[in-house]
Ligand binder design. Structure first.
Ligand code: GH3
Ligand code: MG
Ligand code: MG
Length: 329
């Protein structure tokens, strides 16, 4: 194990985010009135929230996309873009899917209330505020946000192993490629498939097979660096993103896992060794190919490794053919 190993991989948290996370949920107040800002700053000072301010709809949208608040308190009547237009933009944003919006407006007009709620606000509060009521409604919206975030997180986790699932991997590879293209450095993708796994199921039963899948996921968690990302790609296949390393340097890391797997004794079948084959490839910087093209290249290398006899690692190249490399017997 390297010093960077350790804690269970968090499949959904982006490694580019602050892993300690914010202490309190972010609440963004978008209102053109300085009075409302100072009123709420004072009154909500001791509430367990992190209050941010924007004085216009335009500034509010930009801030929201930057800080992804749990809740937005949105004024309707503002010079320039009004609250309804802002609400439309916020609701269409692909990065603010869990953010809740409470409209705060001086208008008690039923039409405005209906329009705000129809556009996607979760609540509508009239000015002047009744503070305990606003607070209670904010708590309610924050609870909804928390549940939605939890659901989104769970949807990315594989039920059998607890590591990221296919949907998590698809999101992370796109994110890692664009982060790397901005910041530079190397990035490698690897595909891993358990060898002759059907035999494990057929001979020792499905629960024994499940135990192997769980055990291999655990090996990835223990032997990869914390910043690497291992996901269950499908039945008995795993996909791994190795950050800040190229395929040549990643291959020996994966080979350590391959060897450790050879040494593993399984409680349900101690005499039966389980092995894996790997296909690895670089994801070159600034490349025009799509993430799935690199998965395909790694997959082709994996199947070349299978054809060559399994339990080995092959490095694929973007030129199509696999530069076969078996690191150890
Ligand atoms: P190869 O070395 O060519 O990959 O052979 P293989 O036997 O591993 O490949 P094959 O595709 O024939 O079989 C894969 C098996 O994986 C069949 C399927 O039942 C099993 N499998 C897929 N998902 C699970 C799972 O969640 N649990 C268990 N126990 N088995 C699974
Ligand atoms: Mg297999
Ligand atoms: Mg397979």
């Amino acid at each position: 194990m390297t010093e960077e190993n350790g804690d269970k991989l968090n499949p959904t948290l982006s490694s580019h985010e602050d892993e300690s996370g914010p202490a309190h949920p972010g609440v963004l107040l978008i209102d053109d009135s300085e009075f409302i800002h100072s009123l709420l700053r004072n009154k909500l000072e001791h509430d367990p929230i992190c209050l941010h301010s924007a004085m216009s709809a335009e500034e509010g949208i930009a801030t929201a996309e930057l800080i992804k608040p749990a809740l937005i308190l949105l004024d309707l009547s503002m010079p320039g873009m009004d609250g309804f237009q802002a609400l439309r933009t916020l609701m269409n944003s692909t990065i603010l899917t869990d953010t809740q919006v409470i409209v705060i407006s001086a208008s008690d007009d039923t039409e405005d209330k209906v329009a705000g709620l129809e556009l996607g606000a979760c609540d509508y509060v009239t000015k002047p505020f009744n503070l305990p009521e606003l607070r209670a409604r904010m708590r309610c919206a924050l609870r909804v946000h928390e549940l939605l975030s939890l659901l989104a997180e769970r949807a990315q986790v594989d039920g059998l192993t607890g590591i990221g699932n296919r949907s998590c991997f698809d999101a992370r590879i796109a994110e890692e490629i664009s982060h790397r293209d901005r910041s530079g450095g190397d990035l490698t993708v690897a595909m891993c498939d358990i060898d002759l796994f059907k035999k494990v199921n057929d001979t020792f039963g499905h629960p024994a097979g499940d135990e192997v899948i769980r055990g291999i996921a655990k090996l990835f968690q223990q032997l990869l660096r914390k910043r690497d990302i291992a996901c269950r790609y499908g039945g008995e296949e795993f996909a791994i993103l190795l950050r800040d390393t190229n395929a040549k340097r990643a291959a020996p890391v994966l080979d350590r896992i391959r060897k450790q797997l050879e040494r593993t004794r399984w409680p349900s079948h101690p005499e039966h060794m389980v092995t894996c084959s790997f296909g690895v490839c670089d994801i070159p910087s600034g490349d025009v190919n799509k993430p799935e093209d690199w998965v395909k290249t790694a997959d082709e290398a994996l199947y070349a490794a299978k054809r060559a006899g399994r339990n080995r690692i092959y490095i694929g190249s973007d030129s199509g053919m696999t530069s076969a490399l078996k690191l150890a017997s």
